[in-house]
Design a protein around this ligand. Structure first.
Ligand code: PGA
Length: 258
């Protein structure tokens, strides 16, 4: 399998009816996608199957779920299992997003359980890590993030790290109230995370190391000047397909294959 040159994906968070999801997927299905960019979209659970059905089977766009439980089945009201997510069309499972950590009791331990369960199900864990603003202000972000990564991968063996996507998402940069990060702020962290992940995988590294948090068409190119950043994980700016496609074009232009 040849890996793409750069990744661009979006989590829709708690947005989109089935009609809106259908329209988004149809736009993607009809668009000319840059071949060097691996696109992925994480719809809400309700829209997974719809998006899967709207995209042609041959579409290179990967689909993922924003959450799934580690248990294979059972009395877990409100949850879906890895197998159910896959059945609905997901090949990626997001975990550890700061919104889930702060609002829905996601912990380092549940992220570790989910990473293990996703790999056991043959799915790609997309593990989000990110420090709060006060940790960044104290200059302790690398220690904080290293602890999150260590914990998330505590049930993953070194040969499996290659199957995992890690997204660095500083909490202070996410959402309407976020302050977009500059490449001067992201690059040292990405380098530290890449080094940590390389150590944990006998030098192989993760499948991809992404940056996310207020990514938009204005800063996408700059963020990708950092060679350690394998791609961008986008929220609001890609909630319309035109936004995702614009950032994908910018990413393709920023990363021309050798
Ligand atoms: P944002 O969201 O781009 O809207 O800041 C990013 C994220 O939470 O992944």
């Amino acid at each position: 399998m040849t890996e793409p040159v750069v990744w661009v994906g979006t989590g829709w968070k708690m947005n989109k009816t089935l009609a809106e999801a259908t329209s988004y997927a149809q736009t993607l299905a009809q668009a000319a996608l840059p071949e060097t960019v691996q696109l992925f979209i994480l719809p809400p659970h309700t829209a997974l199957a719809t998006v899967r059905a709207e995209l042609p089977a041959s579409s290179p766009v990967m689909i993922g779920a924003q959450n799934a439980h580690w248990a294979s089945e059972g009395a877990y009201t409100g949850e879906i299992s890895m197998r159910m997510a896959e059945d609905a069309g997901a090949t990626i499972i997001e975990m550890g997003h700061s919104e889930r950590r702060s609002m829905f009791a996601e912990t380092d331990e549940t992220v570790a359980l989910k990473a293990r369960a996703a790999l056991d199900a043959g799915l790609v864990p997309l593990i989000c890590v990110g420090e709060p603003g006060d940790v960044r202000a104290a200059g302790e972000e690398i220690e904080f993030l290293s602890r999150q990564v260590d914990a998330a991968l505590s049930r993953v063996c070194s040969s499996e790290v290659r199957k995992v996507i890690v997204a660095y998402e500083p909490i202070w940069a996410i959402g309407e109230d976020g302050r977009p990060a500059t490449v001067d702020q992201t690059a040292p962290v990405m380098a530290a995370l890449a080094a940590l992940l390389a150590r944990k995988s006998d030098g192989r590294g993760p499948r991809a190391l992404l940056y996310g948090g207020s990514v938009n068409p204005q800063n996408a190119g700059e963020l990708l000047t950092d060679p350690t950043t394998d791609g961008l994980f986008v929220g609001r700016s890609a909630w319309q397909p035109e936004g995702l496609l614009e950032i994908a074009q910018l990413a393709a232009a920023a990363r021309v294959p050798d």
